[in-house]
Design a protein around this ligand. Sequence first.
Ligand code: NAD
Length: 303
Amino acid sequence: MKTPQKLGFVGLGKMGYPMARRLAGAGFALTVFDINRGVQERFVAENRAQSAENLSEVARNSDLIITMLPDSKAVRSAVLGADQEDGIAASMAPGSILVDMSSSAPLVTRELGARLTAKGIVMVDAPVSGGVPKAINGTLSIIVGGNEDTLECCRPIFQVMGDRIFFSGPLGSGHAVKALNNMLSATGLIAATEMLLVGRRFGVDPKVMNEILNASTGRNNSTENKIERYILSRSFSSGFSLDLMVKDLNTAMELARELEVPTIFSNCCRELCAAARLSLGKGMDHTDVVRWFEQLAQIRLGE
Ligand code: NAD
């Protein structure tokens, strides 16, 4: 199978925009679409890409379509459309490929894959890890589920966006691993926050304590990459929203429930993050969750 050169990209948000920008820069013939017309117009003004009027136009112009949307609900609606006629699937040619790079729900992905197979369309899931800075410089980790031949055919496309590409197994497994990773990542952030708050009340400077954690066995991705940069600085600007984080935690816990694996500790973390989101409101950065813990403890970690 040859690597498709005519690509469609649906979802030009915080992650999708820089990912699509890299593909346009690498010389692929790109057609883009976002329900936010303003962001789509900005993209075609700033990059070599064609603007699509609707999803059918993306599908007609492309041999491979990437979706980078908030969740499975949005992916399902983009792929199948409201009445089965106006989604991507209705206009994709048999033999073309759909790559869902969103952090979607694995069981929905499997179901979508089966519907696409019936139309002769191949689906792979390829969620990413790394966040906005890595999307900008093309160093994302990409976790691919599906079949290995399709991964090999897509590899030159993935290599434009990421520098670590993993094959995780059958369709949906990429989305499963991604949700489980984000659950683990959230537990690391919450655990670090609680310990820093205790240290602070005892009188230890959080910056000093975080440096010690990073040289000790308690370190994790949050202590290394988030606490000082986004929390002690009070910028709360990681680019990954609390809304999307809670969606990922729900996905992970739904999967655990479906598979009947006890996840008592992780569920507690999900409950805390969901409560924080309710209390803080929509549109927050995921690092804002620390402010909610600060309110509970009546202590601030940074000035
Ligand atoms: P975002 O909300 O910034 O972007 C989503 C984009 O999709 C928006 O531009 C929105 O207008 C568009 N959209 C929504 N529904 C649509 C539809 N039906 N048709 C066309 N366009 C539609 O989200 P993001 O932060 O870019 O995240 C995208 C995905 O990547 C999510 O699944 C998220 O969980 C995952 N992710 C995000 C990060 C991060 O750091 N932000 C990191 C890894 C993975």
